[in-house]
Design a protein around this ligand. Structure first.
Ligand code: PLP
Length: 343
């Protein structure tokens, strides 16, 4: 099985992977520089960082399992869903983050892909109608690549009607949407698991640190499937420092909001259809030559993501909305590319 990796064609403005192009907080770098020889020689201790993460998510002891990026969390939940079962399946609501299909494949789960509805309306009826082999339902709030939120109340309805399946709600962009299911819902529904990452808003993608948040009884069964030391010491110290610097996070989130507004204004003035996004990216429909546009923009030093082959996304590209200056540079390049193509 192969995990998808996105080819980055050399140096340039990286607006194709929803990273924080400003980087991490300076206090994270200071923490990394402060590592000493025994820090690297001894197996890491996770108590302090797990407690810090529990406090961050405002949950009690036992409610958080840190993972080597959220990708590892997605992977281990798929393993847990498949465990001891023949003919189990995972439900994937398209267009979806590509890792869900990779993880289902790795775990031996059959992937059931639900086709997008018009304008990406949330397909609640299709989810509720899926067959009884479903042991994992992958949801993303807000979704990547559309940036759309799942309507309120719907996830709990799914959790109730599918008690024997894990409902994994990927909140990779929760800092930007300022919405979360973490709280009483996780206590009411023991099959509900929330996935978070510190890769995007906190700028720790290369250090690999994510989290699963769920009722302690639910997490206990999942924890057994993880290796004991999947976070390395750099990730541990980085996360401790990042969680201390809330100002940095808030500034990143505020810049993203500003960048999204710039992208919307750009699209409106050129009559390019787009979806208002709750994540740090915007999906827009540039037309049938999306792929060529992405290449032409890359030739001028900015990488954006061709999404035209994703279900429901014909003609679409996705642009990260983070640092305002980077957004402006990218839109200027896109502008010049669109101008030459219009002639
Ligand atoms: C980026 C992303 C992730 C992966 O997060 P990592 O912590 O880098 O593994 C998971 N889910 C979604 C929807 C993402 O966009």
């Amino acid at each position: 099985m192969t995990y998808l990796t996105v080819h980055t064609p050399g140096p340039g403005l990286r607006l194709h992977l929803n990273e924080n192009t400003a980087g991490c907080s300076p206090s994270v770098l200071a923490a990394l520089r402060a590592l000493d020889a025994t820090d690297t020689a001894f197996y890491p201790d996770y108590d302090a960082v797990t407690t810090a993460a529990e406090r961050w998510f405002d949950v009690g002891p036992g409610w958080v399992q840190l993972t080597n990026g959220l990708d590892e969390g997605l992977h281990v939940v798929a393993l847990a869903a498949a465990r001891g079962r023949l003919d189990a399946s995972a439900l994937i609501v398209e267009p979806a983050f590509e890792m869900y299909a990779s993880c289902a494949d790795a775990a031996g789960l059959r992937a059931i892909h639900l086709a997008p509805r018009d304008d990406f309306a949330f397909p609640l009826a299709d989810i509720l109608a899926a067959d009884q082999s479903v042991r994992l339902i992958n949801l993303t709030d807000p979704n990547n690549p559309t940036g759309l939120a799942i309507p309120d109340g719907v996830i709990e309805e799914i959790a109730v009607s599918r008690r024997h399946a894990f409902v994994l709600v990927d909140e990779a962009y929760g800092e930007f949407s300022k919405r979360t299911l973490i709280g009483a819902a996780l206590n009411r529904h023991r099959n509900l698991i929330v996935g978070r990452t510190f890769a995007k808003a906190h700028g720790l993608a290369a250090l690999r640190v994510g989290a699963l948040v769920a009722h302690p009884d639910t997490l206990a069964g999942i924890r057994r499937l993880l290796p004991p030391y999947s976070l390395n010491i750099c990730a541990v110290r980085a996360l401790l420092a990042a969680l201390e610097d809330r100002d940095y996070l808030e500034r990143s989130v505020a810049e993203s909001e500003q960048s999204r507004e710039l992208i919307y204004a750009f699209c409106r003035s050129r009559q390019i259809p787009f979806w208002r996004s709750q994540g740090n990216f915007v999906l827009m429909r540039v037309g049938s030559d999306a792929r060529e546009i992405v290449s032409a923009v890359a030739a001028q030093g900015a990488f954006v993501r061709d999404k035209s082959l994703s279900p429901g996304c014909a003609g679409c590209i996705r642009i990260t909305a983070g640092v305002v200056d980077h957004t402006r540079q990218c839109l200027a390049i896109l502008e010049s590319v669109l101008a030459t193509r219009a002639r």
